[in-house]
Design a protein around this ligand. Structure first.
Ligand SMILES: Cc1ncc(COP(=O)(O)O)c(C=O)c1O
Ligand SMILES: [Zn+2]
Length: 396
């Protein structure tokens, strides 16, 4: 494998055992726990100046902190997305600054590209010919794109609820698509059935150790783009919480390397129709309880049984953040408000962040001079039909 110098291997978050990344490819061989890439941070020499001297061109510019070399990466210049200052939103929320990290500017229009770039790179290094996953939609599209780029076949299981763009683009990338009646759990069941008979390489969330690892780069970028001033709060639209766990790890790493002194407070934003993380956070529990009847128009965060909830809840509590749920109506209103007041196009799922931040500001979670970063995880035009229909529901 073409791994980077400081990458030691994979450590199980449950039993603490460390494994060689060459042989351990997915979950912990001993206990089935999630594996997390581990580094010898003393071996990493990386200063603010080193980074300033590099072009801001792709997430792989942080290669010392990633498992694979930039040269070996299956990459389409993902990451290096804009951080957009939104003074009108800051004024409304009564905070110093609101910055939107605009992940809509990725190759397939969402932050899923970061995770798939890393996961498909691992698949190639492990000699896979086929990758497979179930997905709410965006990750499936990203996997089909990165598999195509790497010359691999992709098998994508989506629920009927997945967006039209996602389904269409899986076809366009030449992916093998199975659309399953129902929701994400139904797509997962069909995927698991197929995997029992096939020798496909999983690029499913927290099954491969590399998706949260790719997504952690969002935090490196937004800190560096903010001239190394750590924002007070980061608000994230949370389904499985992959990006949130990754970003919390990244904040810890930047402190380990002496590049910053502290991390931001991390906030999970969910939809009221599916908010197992918010419920567990508010009840003071260490893990979620599955949400019985998930129902939200925000498909990306309609995740009723987020398996990594202990990691997500740890990240929220360790960072001094929190969790907030808002209604679909408020979320879609927020997407429209951001588009009209700040110009930035937010996807429906992504707008849970804006709606959640508004609610947090009403609850007094932020100070008047705080810098608040909103993760816009995907492009508004992936959900243009949902957003336009929302206007129609108001007679517009
Ligand atoms: C646009 C968008 N935002 C957020 C999420 C949730 O991501 P995570 O699993 O990291 O919580 C998804 C997942 O499908 C998504 O597509
Ligand atoms: Zn283990």
């Amino acid at each position: 494998m073409e791994t980077t110098d400081a990458f030691i291997g994979l450590t199980c978050v449950d039993c603490g055992e460390t494994f060689d990344a060459e042989t351990a490819t997915h979950r912990c061989p001993d206990c089935g726990g999630i594996l997390d890439p581990d580094y010898d941070y003393d071996d990493i020499e990386l200063s603010r100046e080193d980074l300033a001297a590099r072009r801001f061109d792709t997430m792989w510019r942080y290669e010392e902190l990633l498992p694979f070399t930039r040269e070996s990466a299956v990459s389409m210049a993902e990451g290096a997305t804009a951080l957009v200052d939104c003074p009108s939103l800051a004024e409304e929320m009564g905070v110093g600054r609101v910055l939107i990290k605009d992940e809509g500017r990725n190759p397939t229009g969402t932050f899923k590209d970061r995770g798939q770039s890393a996961a498909v790179t691992a698949a190639v290094q492990h000699g896979a010919t086929d990758v497979a996953l179930n997905s709410a939609g965006n990750a499936g599209q990203a996997a089909a794109a990165y598999a195509a780029r790497a010359g691999l076949d992709s098998h994508v299981f989506l629920p009927t609820r997945a967006g039209f763009t996602n389904k269409a683009m899986v076809n366009v990338h030449g992916g093998d698509m199975t659309v399953v009646e129902g929701r994400i759990g139904d797509a997962a069941a069909a995927y698991e059935d197929a995997m029992a008979d096939e020798d496909w390489y999983s690029v499913r969330t927290f099954e491969t150790p590399y998706r949260h690892e790719g997504k952690k780069t969002m935090l490196y970028e937004l800190v560096e783009q903010n001239d190394w001033a750590v924002p007070d709060a980061v608000v994230y639209p949370t389904g499985g919480g992959v990006g949130l766990v990754g970003m919390h790890k990244a904040a810890t790493e930047l402190q380990e390397l002496g590049l910053v002194d502290d991390g931001p407070a991390m906030y999970a934003a969910q939809a009221e129709g599916c908010a197992p993380i918010v419920e567990a956070f508010e009840a003071g529990r260490d893990a979620h309880e599955p949400w019985e009847t998930p129902d939200t128009i925000c498909g990306g965060i309609e995740i009723p049984d987020p398996g990594a909830s202990p990691l997500v809840l740890d990240a929220l509590r360790e960072s001094g953040g929190g969790a907030v749920a808002t209604s679909d109506e408020d979320i879609l209103d927020a997407a429209v408000a951001v588009a009209q007041q700040a110009g930035v196009e937010m996807g429906a799922t992504c707008a849970a962040t804006a709606s959640g931040a508004w609610e947090l500001s009403r609850q007094g979670a932020f100070d008047e001079d705080d810098t608040v970063v909103l993760l816009n995880t995907g492009a508004g035009n992936k959900d243009d039909d949902i957003l336009r229909s929302h206007l129609m529901s108001k007679g517009i």
